[in-house]
Design a protein around this ligand. Sequence first.
Ligand code: SF4
Length: 226
Amino acid sequence: MYIVEIYKSVQGESSFAGLPCIFVRLAGCNLRCSWCDSEYTFTGGRKMSLEEVMAEVKRLAPVKLLEITGGEPMLQEREVVPLMESLLAYGYEVLIETSGERPLANVPKSVHKIVDVKCPASGEGGSFRMENLDALTKNDEVKFVIADRGDYEFARDFVREHGFESRVRDVLFSPAFRKDAGPERDARNCLLDPRELVEWILADGLNVRLGLQIHKFIWEPMLKGV
Ligand code: SF4
């Protein structure tokens, strides 16, 4: 499989935010989100065998929470499914971050899927594969990265239409970050003010979690490998 980086940091998103976490970042993505902060994953990557990845992961002990991310990791489904199975067998708690554009039926059930449903302002709205709704369980989380009011209304309506508040472990609404973020480690780098997003959530009575990508408040937002 083609790997961009393997490192340990703090989990910045999801209901696991704040916990030490190992990240295995795979190369390649078939989408081009307007606010993407991972364009360096689109090409290249180092070809590694499953055994090589496992050896590198084990060197980052004792962390046992691990996220597989990208790019879009499910583009390498043939390699990444056996990797998830090996990690589970070694006792890791495994998350996979995916857009949900590729089929998710073969992801092992005990892996937490964090599915980033693309909103219209990303330029990739409509990319979520609707059959993947059947693959979502109480073990999984659905995330919406929100750049403006139109994105918020799309996310709100999608959550209600598919009953996500009771169907999955967590629903995350995250303000999008600017691609030209400055070095400030604060909300000025968000495309949408988190306060405005929270006010909309409360006004509509949504039972969703605000996600703030806390690594972008701990380190400078453009820093890679953290
Ligand atoms: S799916 Fe993720 S990696 Fe791919 S373009 Fe969108 S934000 Fe970037």
